[in-house]
Design a binder for this molecule. Structure first.
Ligand SMILES: [Zn+2]
Length: 408
């Protein structure tokens, strides 16, 4: 059963629907337009708008004249009335962002090469960075509705605990939410990074095509986020999207799952590094290094590709096309028509890998005679995980959900 959330005060479904319409109206919207778009009565609109004005979430400071009749007052979002903070913990980097109601990033910090082997210290660093950002923003603390932490799975979302992320040594059974809540005195939620990234796409996107899509998250690890019928698919334990051990159809190297042809085996740094050396590229880190060394090794290959080294470009294209093979299988299972690629690694390689990946996915898709698959890069860049964490807080607080009606 879906659990309720105690975050925020916008529990009323109609209020959430109206607020979402105002939030998405870039140029403001009138009460009459709201009645038209939401199907709610003018009286309901009027009551809810009154409450939103009282709460300072909406302002009315200009009118529009269109056609005969009296001018209409425009309602506009007070975008900085509520902000949320997102933290993304990735094996190579920690990113912290502050987002306003419109989904605009107001502040961001990037902490390269964190001391990931000492979780308690890292959590303290995260809390200190959040405090710095709040201070720097000049935002009243009361405007900060919460902190969303996006981490690699698997997680226990209800308890706020990371279980055993494969690429983060020392982070087994680490309680993330409780210590941060204690240090910051703010609401904190934990979300798997791939799910957070798809919440970011859903929250920030505007087009209807986004009701059904797959987000392929390409960072130190690979995962998928799935949005079906306009809702995030979470699975029974909030860990949906584990695609690391899907077969690519090509033998790579033995994997801890016992097979040798899975995506994880293909994209493991030591496999990529071995191929890089075989192609004549020189890396300054060992094939089997620690997370920082593995991240540094990938950076070196990406850098060589950026500098135009065809061997590095070919290697990265080959890696991403393996991800495309798996994305194509997901498209077959879910019958979506849009795949969005994003994540820290993709933001570096997407520009020259996208075309090849699009081709692989569409070739793999069985119903190609019915419809094609649009494949594109996320516009959210390397911060997509952190933005997702912040959006997860906004989403839990503000979004109208069909499920919310069942709770009452
Ligand atoms: Zn495997």
């Amino acid at each position: 059963m879906q659990r309720g959330t105690n975050l925020g005060r916008l529990g009323d479904f109609n209020q959430a629907v109206i607020f979402e319409s105002i939030r998405r109206a870039v140029d403001g919207v009138s009460r009459v337009e709201l009645a038209g778009s939401t199907g709610l009565s003018p009286q309901t609109i009027s009551n809810v708008v009154r409450r939103l004005l009282d709460d300072g979430l909406v302002r009315e400071d200009r009118t529009i004249v269109s056609g005969p009749g009296k001018p209409r007052t425009v309602l506009e979002l007070e975008a900085n009335r509520m902000v949320s903070i997102g933290i993304h913990l990735d094996p190579g980097v920690i990113t912290v962002v502050m987002l306003n109601l419109r989904g605009e990033t107001l502040h961001s910090r990037r902490l390269d090469v964190p001391p990931v082997e000492v979780p308690a210290k890292t959590l303290e660093t995260m809390a200190a960075t959040v405090e710095e950002i709040i201070k720097e923003s000049g935002m009243p603390r009361a405007n900060v509705i919460g902190v969303g932490v996006a981490t690699p799975g698997p997680i226990d979302r209800d308890r706020g605990v990371m279980i055993d992320p494969p690429l983060l040594d020392g982070w087994t059974d680490v309680d993330v939410v409780e210590p941060l809540r204690r240090m910051l005195n703010l609401e904190v939620v934990l979300e798997k990074d791939t799910i957070a990234a798809s919440i970011a796409e859903l929250w920030k996107g505007n087009d209807a095509a986004r009701d059904n899509f797959i987000l392929m998250y390409v960072g130190a690890g690979i995962g998928a986020g799935m949005v079906l019928g306009g809702e995030i698919h979470r699975g029974v334990s909030n860990n949906a999207g584990e695609i690391g051990h899907y077969s690519t159809g090509v033998v790579a190297q033995p994997c801890d799952c016992g097979r040798n042809d899975c995506l994880h085996a293909s994209l493991s740094f030591n496999n990529v590094a071995r191929k890089a050396r075989a192609a004549g590229l020189t890396l300054t880190v060992p094939d089997d290094g620690n997370p920082e060394e593995r991240a540094e090794g990938m950076r070196q290959i990406v850098k060589m590709a950026d500098a135009g080294d065809e061997r590095a470009v070919t290697l990265m294209r080959d890696c991403m096309e393996k991800v495309g093979q798996v994305a194509g299988q997901l498209c077959n299972a879910l019958d979506v028509s849009l795949v969005i690629f994003g994540g820290p690694l993709w933001s570096h390689v997407g520009s020259y890998c996208l075309d090849g990946v699009r081709e692989v996915i569409n070739e793999r898709f069985s119903s190609k005679n019915v419809h094609g698959i649009e494949v594109r890069s996320s516009t959210l860049g390397h911060e997509v995980g952190a933005i997702g964490g912040a959006c997860a807080v906004m989403d839990a607080t503000l979004s109208p959900k069909a499920a919310a009606l069942l709770l009452r």
